[in-house]
Design a protein around this ligand. Structure first.
Ligand code: ACO
Length: 333
């Protein structure tokens, strides 16, 4: 059984409540129908029942009647959610009137449902930009205690099975935090190790990448990666981290042996942590296109509850998969 089948089957066992705030977006509605039909998750849609049901009929979708539909205009919890928002953002001076205005935006309402325990996770982004999906999540769901940054991992499934674990290798951060400090990079490495274990079901061997291996180049950017490696080891001694390593030293055994002979990870890394978002985002897209890898994600990590952001070019299948991943994250929380 491949990884995505496993993830879908596992999601079925847990029957989590996943909110899809972009409820009138056709691919999202189609995915919702598949998810409900296959019992992968309970689905919550935000909007007017009549509009959602009419669109489902137009699209020929069979299962939308199984979804819970939350209409912001009549939902009985709006007042309580507005109070929660004012409390959470009191230092920022948010008023209750402003909270009601924000709650009209389904992306805010979805995060408040999660915060209040009325949903277990959220998937959005088929029609909204990353920042618009993430900002409400950052502000109201926030990060896991002890973690200050959210980041995004991709599980790369390569046709060449000699890399990582049988061709599977996890990349991060490819999606969220542009320029991490050493401490933030260490957090990203730790969270990626956890994602690798929980979602990809691999024992993580984490390489923190740079343009230098073991001091072959001297630069403050290299120092940052080395410091991050030391911090990650202290934060999560249960996992294996090594850095700074160049990409070839991390994934090619003969080069790893030559450049870092004492390393347990060099040449056999199954997790690659990139020093900046630029390098991570560029790397995953190049590997996806040039090596014809399947890129599963981004799986957002570090958030106090699972909220995942789709690419606007996503397919129905991508949405189904990301909901299944989100349900797995929610179950493991
Ligand atoms: N983790 C946790 N919280 C964060 C993070 C983070 N990585 N970044 C910002 N925040 C918090 C801030 O602390 C702030 O909280 P506050 O309002 O309580 O003070 C809030 O989020 C807003 O912070 P801003 O600095 O105003 O952040 P902004 O909303 O401008 O930007 C964003 C955040 C949108 C995620 C930005 O970092 C960004 O654009 N990142 C790149 C996203 C992207 O384009 N990725 C590539 C495409 S995705 C792909 O290809 C798969």
């Amino acid at each position: 059984m491949d990884l995505l089948d496993k993830i879908r089957n596992n999601a079925k066992k847990h029957n989590m409540r996943i909110v899809l705030p972009e409820s009138l977006e056709d691919r999202t509605l189609e995915a919702a129908s598949i998810l409900l039909g296959d019992s992968i998750a309970q689905i919550i849609l935000i909007g007017k029942s009549e509009e959602i049901n009419n669109r489902a009929v137009e699209l020929g979708l069979q299962n939308i009647h199984l979804a819970q539909i939350v209409d912001p205009e009549s939902y009985e919890k709006m007042d309580a959610y507005a109070d929660m928002m004012v409390e959470i953002r009191k230092k920022k001076g948010l008023t209750k009137d402003e909270a009601f205005v924000l709650l009209k935006n389904p992306l805010y309402l979805a995060t408040l449902m999660i915060k209040a325990g009325d949903a277990d996770g959220e998937v959005a982004g088929a029609e909204n930009a990353t920042g618009d999906v993430l900002r409400p999540a950052f502000q109201y769901v926030k990060t896991i205690p002890g973690i200050s940054v959210v980041s995004g991992a991709f599980i790369m499934i390569l046709p060449d099975k000699s890399f990582g674990d049988n061709g599977m290798i996890v990349f991060a951060d490819c999606a969220v935090h542009p320029d991490p400090t050493a401490n933030e990079l260490a957090e990203i490495a730790v969270m990626t190790a956890k994602t690798t274990k929980a979602i990809a079901e691999m024992e993580p061997r984490v390489a923190l990448l740079s343009f230098s291996t073991r001091g072959s180049a001297k630069h403050e950017m290299v120092d940052k990666v080395r410091t991050a490696t030391e911090l990650a080891r202290k934060m999560a001694p249960e996992f294996m981290f090594d850095g700074e390593l160049q990409a070839d030293a991390a994934i090619v055994e003969s080069i790893g042996k030559k450049k870092a002979p004492d390393s347990e990870i060099a040449g056999r890394a199954n997790v690659l942590v990139f020093p900046t978002l630029e390098s991570g985002n560029i790397a995953y897209k190049l590997v996806q296109r040039m090596a014809k890898a399947e890129a599963v994600g981004p799986v957002l990590q570090g958030m106090a509850a699972p909220i995942n952001d789709l690419s606007r070019g996503c397919s129905v299948n991508d949405i189904v998969n990301l909901v299944a991943i989100t349900a797995n994250q929610a179950a493991g929380k």
